[in-house]
Design a protein around this ligand. Structure first.
Ligand SMILES: [Zn+2]
Length: 103
């Protein structure tokens, strides 16, 4: 079973091999065979990174799972803090106390 199929180059109109990779290039003119999909994937990757950077708590791969879950849960809470900061701060403080009792 092979994934290779034929695709017509959008730039030069020649037929070439197509393995389904997003950065697949035409073997005749070296232009991207699927530029729209390529751009879309690039864009959504950048958007995803920006979104993560803008989150109050940056979820890092190096964090332990429980810490990541904690941050993911707290992120929307922290965004709400723009409108009710002190309230959220108290909630976090209470949570820390509660967690502190169990650890
Ligand atoms: Zn081409």
């Amino acid at each position: 079973m092979s994934q290779i199929s034929q695709i017509k180059c959008p730039v030069c109109g020649q037929w070439g091999q197509w393995t389904g990779k997003i950065d697949e290039k035409c073997e005749h003119c070296a232009s991207l065979l699927d530029p729209e999909r390529f751009l879309y994937v690039q864009e959504s990757r950048i958007n995803e990174e920006n979104k993560k950077k803008n989150d109050y708590f940056l979820v890092k791969d190096s964090d332990e799972t429980i810490v990541q879950l904690f941050k993911i849960f707290l992120n929307p809470v922290r965004w709400g803090a723009f409108y009710g900061g002190a309230f959220v701060f108290i909630i976090v403080a209470i949570m820390l106390v509660v967690f502190g009792m169990f650890i």
